[in-house]
Design a protein around this ligand. Structure first.
Ligand SMILES: Nc1nc2c(ncn2[C@@H]2O[C@H](COP(=O)(O)OP(=O)(O)OP(=O)(O)O)[C@@H](O)[C@H]2O)c(=O)[nH]1
Ligand SMILES: C[S@@+](CC[C@H](N)C(=O)[O-])C[C@H]1O[C@@H](n2cnc3c(N)ncnc32)[C@H](O)[C@@H]1O
Ligand code: SF4
Ligand code: SF4
Length: 327
């Protein structure tokens, strides 16, 4: 079967699957008022639907799956979802992005079910700042869960912090202390505008380039990217066990290395994080006999994937907030 490719020569080994839109946090840039269930919301994809979806993407060359949300760990059958993904032979990497609140209690179960990599969002190492940004005073618990995860033999454990002017953009020294002895990556993400966060964006957006120059001046060196890697440019330094990544979506040519597709919790294919259309796949996930049609539908849609987002023009596409698609 043909591998997924688009008009711009890009291929797509990486699928980001959102397991649900709900979240238990209230990050100021994402869900400042918390999650509110929409009336008449369709039920989440069932395990058989997820299995058909993963088998189709795997047949089309997907080798890395990321589970995301909302908060993916709120899904009651998460361990079954991970085990199901692990049973698809072509899928080599099963990663998840989480706010980390359930790490301490559940990370061993996720690892045992087959999770191979973990990204945890930690916007600040300062307890009060963390609570102010996320709406929850849970930093200590989350960091303890990260320590647990580091002992479980994951291929990678990474942290994510959204760079926020005036809230956490002067905390590099604390991060450097944290990274000195730990084999972990912290990735600083440039805040992205979405449909709902315009005022917050205007107040707190800060370009990531200044941080990159600062790192380079201090002897951090950019590392080569793997073909299935996410969008971070990762830097290493001989004096530190950990690494620093920078995700700079407003940088020139950011989208040239796009290698990922998304499926929402309702089963819509999204060709871009900031795309204008959702292609409903759920009707094609109802029976194993639909496999070929499902694969052909996904492949065909790649023909209309755009070269890049239009964030510089303030076009944020369908997403009201990144919890609605999984980032
Ligand atoms: N604009 C844009 N942002 C992205 C894209 N992929 C990931 N991000 C953002 O990068 C941040 C970190 O994403 P993660 O869920 O940790 O995934 P990742 O960076 O692909 O992770 P790795 O596979 O470990 O490199 C989130 O804020 C995402 O929204 C993308 O295709 N476009
Ligand atoms: C949408 S969350 C979903 C997974 C999980 N709830 C979490 O926070 O890790 C995925 C990632 O997107 C990031 N994110 C959310 N909104 C963002 C925005 N407007 N700009 C940049 N990153 C954002 C979060 O910090 C998180 O690292
Ligand atoms: S960034 Fe993640 S944890 Fe924060 S509100 Fe959005 S979905 Fe929830
Ligand atoms: S913004 Fe769209 S095109 Fe650009 S890297 Fe992200 S998903 Fe790919």
């Amino acid at each position: 079967m043909a591998m997924l490719a688009d008009r711009f020569g890009r291929s797509f080994p990486y699928l980001r699957l959102s397991l649900l839109e709900a979240c238990n946090f209230r990050c100021g840039y994402c869900l400042p008022d918390g999650h509110h269930a929409a009336h008449g919301q369709p039920s989440l994809l069932s395990l058989p639907e997820i299995e058909r979806l993963l088998r189709a993407f795997a047949a089309l060359g997907m080798r890395k799956l990321r589970l995301t949300g909302g908060e993916p760990t709120l899904r009651k059958d998460l361990v079954d979802v991970i085990a199901l993904a692990a049973s698809v032979p072509e899928i080599e990497k099963i990663a998840m992005t989480t706010n980390g609140v359930l790490l301490r209690r559940q990370v061993r179960d996720w690892r045992a079910a087959g999770l191979t990599a973990l990204n945890v969002s930690v916007d600040s190492l300062d307890r009060e700042r963390f609570a102010a940004i996320t709406g929850h005073d849970r930093l200590d618990d989350i960091l303890a869960g990260v320590e647990d995860a580091l002992g479980l033999g994951f291929d990678a454990v990474k942290l994510n912090a959204v760079l926020l002017r005036g809230l956490n953009d002067e905390q590099l020294p604390a991060w450097l202390d944290y990274l000195r002895e730990r084999d972990i990556a912290i990735r600083f993400i440039e805040l992205m505008q979405t449909g709902d966060n315009r005022d917050y964006f205007e107040r707190h957006h800060v370009r990531a380039e200044a941080l990159q120059s600062q790192l380079e001046a201090a002897g951090w060196r950019a590392q080569p990217r793997a073909a299935d890697a996410g969008p971070a440019i990762e830097y290493a330094h001989p004096d530190y066990a950990g690494r620093i990544g920078v995700i700079a979506p407003y940088a020139r040519d950011f989208c040239a290395s796009c290698n990922r597709l998304r499926v929402t919790a309702k089963g819509d294919l999204r060709l871009c994080l900031f795309g204008e259309i959702g292609i409903p796949l759920r009707p094609l996930l109802q029976d194993d006999s639909q496999h070929e049609l499902l694969c052909a539908t996904i492949s065909r849609q790649l023909g209309i994937k755009r070269d890049a987002h239009r964030l510089h023009q303030g076009q944020t596409g369908l997403v009201p907030h990144l919890a609605s698609i999984g980032g």
